[in-house]
Design a protein. Structure first.
Length: 379
């Protein structure tokens, strides 16, 4: 017994399952081609698979076409001599006797194609129960096909969202590092006449090393287009240290060390939120370095109840009409992705950025029931 696979893996699976369910020797799925007057065998499983796969049939003048046009099951005792058979197909199905064809109909009533099954000559004919079974199977096959299409659409949407994430990461991470490297080079140039050669060489090598890191980040961001799923504990207890690393990295561009405060069980922040948390802190500190002209910056992270709050404040000149706006939009998008909020308080002197997101119930450090008092009373 041979098995053929058509261009669509799911249709091949459907043909395979239909053959087993109907105790047939061959099963095939027939669908329309780009020419509405012609059909083709897109999936064949069983005997004669290599011969039948890919064969074209007219919509008018074939068993599959008749099933599609009338919406009715076709059944026969001798496939090769069935009156509605497309004449060239007689040699294709010569080994088969009993057979049946049911239309493949979607929930809206559109006829998508036909599902054929056949038995070798000499085997028992298909009865009414077989017809009912195959019709039901065809209906379930349509639903399975639609689910696959929905999954494909969801995957396409995920890729689009991933590309959007990459664009934000390029802005929030890579560009900030390049900016810091540029500031460092300007500082080196300004000190060229005053500092010894060895010290200048050391600072240049440090800046080159930073640029190498940026190149690595660009590569990682590009290759991150299709990230594999990761467990919650990717960041785990390291969230606190990762935030400290981001704050330390911002020291060179600010010209001083920001203050940092942690309140509550920061280690409960899961990886999905932590990825955006780090980007938010990095973007806020970069904005302060580039635009605020501040002498003090404070970062405060608080996990309390079911939420995480990030507050970054400075004593600079405020947001005003600066180019901080695009970066702030990114922070708002990152909050909304987690059903959270982002606010900017800039009365004139100084700015306070507040990024607030809920934590999933299993990461919030409280019993799930306590979030639903009415349920807790019932329990």
């Amino acid at each position: 017994m041979q098995a053929g696979t058509g261009p669509d893996g799911l249709w091949s699976l459907i043909a395979s399952r239909a053959r087993v369910a109907s105790d047939a020797d061959v099963a095939l799925v027939v669908l329309p081609t780009s020419d509405p007057n012609w059909l083709t065998n897109v999936a064949v499983v069983g005997e004669q698979a290599d011969t039948l796969l890919g064969q074209r049939l007219p919509l008018k003048g074939s068993i599959a076409g008749l099933a599609m046009i009338t919406g009715e099951t076709q059944r026969w005792n001798d496939w090769a001599n069935y009156a509605n058979l497309y004449p060239p197909a007689r040699s294709w199905v010569a080994p088969f006797g009993p057979g049946m064809s049911v239309p493949i109909v979607d929930p809206d009533g559109a006829r998508l194609g036909a599902l054929h099954v056949g038995k070798r000559r000499g085997r028992p004919n298909f009865d009414d129960l077989d017809v009912a079974m195959l019709s039901s199977f065809a209906s379930q096959a349509v639903l399975a096909k639609q689910r696959e299409e929905h999954r494909a659409q969801a995957e396409e949407l995920r890729l689009l969202e991933e590309r959007d994430r990459i664009a934000r990461d390029m802005h929030d991470h890579v560009l900030q590092e390049l900016f810091a490297a540029g500031i460092g080079l300007q500082s080196i140039a300004a000190a060229a006449d005053a500092e010894p050669g060895a010290q200048l060489r050391r600072r240049l090598l440090e800046t080159v090393a930073k640029l190498d890191d940026v190149i690595g980040q660009i590569r990682a961001t590009i290759f991150g287009l299709q990230p594999s799923p990761v467990p919650y504990q990717q960041f785990g207890d390291g969230v606190r240290q990762r935030v400290l690393d981001v704050v330390r990295d911002a020291t060179s561009s600010l010209g001083y060390a920001p203050s940092i405060h942690f309140n509550g069980p920061i280690e409960l922040v899961g990886d999905a939120v932590a990825a955006d948390l780090l980007a938010v802190v990095r973007e806020a500190l970069s904005n302060a370095a580039r635009h605020a002209d501040a002498t003090e910056v404070s970062v405060e992270l608080t996990v309390k109840g079911t939420g995480l709050t990030v507050r970054v404040s400075d004593n600079g000149r405020g947001v005003g009409g600066t180019t901080r706006r695009s970066g702030l939009r990114n922070l708002r998008v990152r909050a909304e992705r987690h059903h959270g909020t982002f606010t900017v308080d800039s009365p004139g002197e100084g700015t306070v950025l507040t990024w607030n997101v809920p934590l999933p119930p299993d990461r919030a450090g409280i019993p799930v029931q306590s979030q639903f008092p009415e349920m807790q009373r019932d329990l």
